[in-house]
Design a protein around this ligand. Structure first.
Ligand code: 13P
Length: 246
């Protein structure tokens, strides 16, 4: 199966002009681009091959996607903009904005109920890793996120992104061998949750300081279904090299 790369631009770039330029540079099969909400509509217009993603979604989805929730964006509103994928539970939202496992579960449900393909981010902090709690943290995050889910309702192929918090934006990625072991662990957990009973194969991505130099070291493993890329997806030279690798 071909690998998927998700480009998470986070709160970048500052201008629409730059956003369009990045989108054009990244427009290839098996790439998902997740721009800030404000650029989604214009980015959608220039994409021919890459798919469109969003970085977050609100959990309420009243009729027609509207509702009295100042500042939030619904799954239906995203769907109406041709967004197909949505990142849920990114560690920056969990740790900088206080998003809990329960909130992540609600967002995941809103996304799947609306037919958006979820990219559920899970990962341990450095403190948790050092305390030997990595597996326990991943299990808790995964279990809570999936607790409300009825994947039977939509024909979705969900993604989980393993992003160790300490590896994000630090230039200090998890080693490919250890990322592989953790991704195998996550796939075992998913089997235990019997998610495969619904007929879905959950793909698992690695994220955290991925760039053109190290991408191949991760995606060479058949268990690693792709990567979630932050900083490198904002540099056109890096983009050119990265898209040649998939
Ligand atoms: P970096 O690739 O900049 O480490 O960011 C990873 C990430 O958080 C993607 O969602």
């Amino acid at each position: 199966m071909s690998k998927l790369l998700v480009f998470n631009w986070k709160m970048n770039p500052a201008t629409l002009e730059e956003a369009i330029s990045l989108a054009k540079a990244s427009d290839q099969e098996n790439i998902v681009i997740a721009p800030p909400f404000v650029f989604i509509e214009e980015v959608a217009k220039v994409l021919k091959k890459a798919r469109l993603g969003a970085q977050d979604v609100f959990w309420e989805n009243p009729p027609a996607g509207g509702g009295a929730f100042t500042g939030e964006v619904s799954a239906q509103e995203l769907k109406n903009l041709c967004v197909e994928y949505v990142i849920v539970g990114h560690s920056e939202r969990r740790h900088k904005l206080g998003e809990t496992d329960e909130i992540v579960a609600k967002k995941l449900k809103a996304a799947t109920d609306t037919g958006l393909v979820p990219i559920l981010c899970i990962g341990e902090t450095e403190e948790e890793k050092n305390a030997g709690k990595r597996e326990a943290v991943l299990e808790r995050q995964l279990k809570t996120a999936l607790s409300d889910l009825q994947l039977t309702t939509n024909n979705l192929q969900p993604f989980v992104a393993y992003e160790p918090v300490w590896a994000i934006g630090t230039g200090n990625p998890e080693t490919p061998e250890s990322a592989l072991a953790t991704i195998k662990f996550i796939k075992e957990l998913l089997k235990n949750f019997r998610i495969s009973d619904f007929g879905f194969r959950v793909s698992v991505l690695y994220g955290g300081s991925v760039n053109s130099q190290n991408l191949q070291d991760y995606i060479k493993y058949k268990e690693v279904d792709g990567a979630l890329v932050g900083g490198a997806s904002l540099q056109e030279e890096e983009i050119k090299k990265i898209i040649k690798l998939i």
